[in-house]
Design a protein around this ligand. Sequence first.
Ligand SMILES: [Cu+2]
Length: 169
Amino acid sequence: MGQLFKLARHWARPSWVGLWGVVMAVGLAACGWWGMAETPVVTPTPNAPPTRSVTLLNVIFQDTYYGDQDDNAINPPVWAVPAGGAVILNVENQGQLEHNWAIVKPGIAPPIPYDGGQDDEIILYGAGMVYSNNRTTVTFNAPTEPGEYLVICTVENHYPLMQGRLSVE
Ligand SMILES: [Cu+2]
């Protein structure tokens, strides 16, 4: 016990404290501890995946229109997405009928009224049928070619009443 006390006093002597302070300071400086804040080292990450944007679209289905105004044919809602970007489409069908949200291939004019029988030739991407009072979330990549794409509901006779535009930018 007496030995331990002597040792503690020995280490606590001012000259030792001062010496250790100098040793620590020199050591830290040599290690670059103080220099780190001023010169951050940026290590490039090889093969890092490119940063991609994700666009969230929330769309409400009614009988028979998108959004909150029953005038899609003359005032279609426009959803903007970056070309080739990832899109998360959240759909809520508040109507009594089933509905869909489908991007039409560029340069194609769907029949009016839409008969629902030529989806393969006409539709570039379809979110799938959403039943009354149901929600769904789908993800897809926006077309890589910029432009304004027609979006329609593919249920028979819902287009041209039910339509919008996907603005690929
Ligand atoms: Cu519909």
